[in-house]
Ligand binder design. Sequence first.
Ligand SMILES: Cc1cc2nc3c(=O)[nH]c(=O)nc-3n(C[C@H](O)[C@H](O)[C@H](O)COP(=O)(O)O)c2cc1C
Length: 194
Amino acid sequence: MASTVLDHLLTRSSAPIHELKEPAPSDSEITTILTAASRVPDHGKLAPWRFILYRGDARARVGEELLQLAEKREGPLPEGRRQQELTRFSRAPLVIGVISSPKEHPKIPEWEMFLSGGAAAMNLVHAANALGYATNWITNWYSDTPEGRALLGLAPAERVVGFVHIGTFDGTPLERPRPDVSALWSDYAGPWKG
Ligand SMILES: Cc1cc2nc3c(=O)[nH]c(=O)nc-3n(C[C@H](O)[C@H](O)[C@H](O)COP(=O)(O)O)c2cc1C
């Protein structure tokens, strides 16, 4: 773990999901991680997000449900794909679903509630990393279908911010190309002219 928050922010990266092993965070560490995840900017203090933990046997049960749904959508699948669906949630010892759960509000746009959910997921990732665990935030096909979201425990109005896979990683972090920050900012130059 980097020695300062800034070191961490400047060097952080995800780990391959299939290399996330036991141990996973303990219950008290999960409480710490979710406390950090909940401590995010949140216009109107609506807490428009919640967390679902997939661990233990539940991970394999989710895999069986996902396989059934995938075959309902696509027809019988070859063995490789069957195994892929069956093990979606059992590669890492813990998966935390960050769920956007928008609240009715006369003034606060739903878009801002989604953004707060993204902040919660990122805080969750940083907190898990600070405790020494590696992470990988994904969504995947099942997040983009109402049936997939329902089998994962979401209500119809809820959306997936991410399924954060968490575990212990002993490998060397893979670096990937990062954006050229100088190309991403400019001083304000007046209204958009198209
Ligand atoms: C909202 C969101 C959804 C993502 N969904 C997927 C996904 O479904 N599959 C995937 O391979 N990566 C997905 N990613 C990317 C992974 O998080 C990827 O491992 C990450 O971009 C690696 O970058 P990092 O090393 O900076 O963390 C997603 C990222 C975000 C923010």
